[in-house]
Design a protein around this ligand. Structure first.
Ligand code: DON
Length: 310
């Protein structure tokens, strides 16, 4: 039987988590993100039949940040195939922070551990087909339009430029991987594509719908068109379970048990094969880079509806 929630329940939960907006910190390593107010919070669920329930600051938009890593992985897998992608990027979780450079030198052969940490995500973005950043990001954005069922989604260029100017650590990862042959293209062009990819700007319902398409075996919710092959959607969701919440993925699997991906903008996208797509948002982050309010909301949702997949 399909488990459902009401808008009233969502509103109650938002009220319950409101005090948590005072905890955690809005990240400042990307200057444009430091301007976000932690007071805007929202939650949305899109079922696999396309029906949507939502509550909170519904018109507020935020950038995908690391959630884009799941989407870029899907496109790179469609472009280049599993063998090519996983020859360059591993499949194993890491206990290190998402921006860590440490393992790149100490693992042998030197390749990023998985596509959800920054090193792996940069390597994946480098694999997207296109002869220049505009072509690559154009293809990625139209993939996002298909997943969200909404062609109005755009890139927040202020956030993209702010990140591009200050992406010292990601540049280091890019140049290290250029040296080792994991990255094939130009590193500055890669940084252009990557920072724009992270700055794709969505609202809470658009994000939940993307999660719902991954839940729906990669098929469009209305037409049934296969947007991403089922086995590739499954790979993306598996990475969400093992690496989606970075070095908090283990605790999250125990407490929530829903495939999910977080971003430093404060959003988290969940994708539950039976239930559908879930999006939560609150800009203040815990020390691992996950939204404090978002984690609370997902814990409540999972426990009230008994949604753990385990
Ligand atoms: O590359 C970065 O650092 C950001 N554009 C994305 C990092 C991120 O979202 C980590 N998430 N919690």
């Amino acid at each position: 039987m399909q488990k459902k929630i009401t808008q009233h329940q969502l509103e109650e939960w938002l009220e319950h988590v409101e005090p948590f907006t005072q905890l955690g910190r809005v990240p400042d390593y990307i200057p444009a993100l430091a301007k976000q107010s932690p007071d805007n919070i929202a939650i949305s669920v899109v079922y696999k039949n396309g029906e949507c329930v939502k509550a909170g600051n519904l018109n507020h938009t935020f950038t995908l940040q690391s959630i884009s890593k799941v989407i870029a992985l899907g496109l790179a897998l469609m472009d280049k195939g599993e063998d090519f992608v996983f020859a360059k990027v591993g499949m194993e979780p890491t206990g290190d922070p998402f921006h860590s450079i440490a393992k790149l030198e100490t693992t042998n052969p030197s390749k990023p551990l998985n596509p959800m940490i920054n090193a792996g995500a940069l390597a994946v973005t480098d694999m997207i087909e296109g002869s220049n950043p505009n072509e690559k990001i154009g293809r990625l954005l139209s993939f996002v339009h298909d997943l969200a069922g909404d062609n109005s989604i755009e890139i927040d260029m202020e956030v993209a430029e702010s990140e591009f100017e200050t992406a010292y650590l990601n540049r280091s990862l890019g140049f290290f991987m250029k040296q080792t042959g994991i990255v094939e293209g130009d590193v500055e062009e890669l940084l252009t594509t990557y920072t724009r990819q992270c700055s794709i700007d969505v609202n809470i319902q658009q994000l939940a719908r993307i999660g719902a398409v991954f839940a729906n075996e990669g098929k469009d919710l209305e037409t049934g068109r296969q947007i991403i092959p089922q086995h590739l959607a499954r790979i993306c969701k598996t990475f969400m379970v093992t690496c989606g919440m970075y070095d908090a993925s283990g605790a999250f699997a125990i407490r929530v048990g829903i495939p999910a991906k977080s971003g430093v903008s404060g959003a988290i996208m969940g994708s539950h094969n039976d239930f559908g797509g879930i999006a939560v948002y609150g800009a203040a982050l815990d020390e691992k880079g996950n939204s404090v309010v978002g984690l609370q909301l997902l814990e409540i949702l999972s426990s009230r509806l008994d949604l753990s997949i385990f």
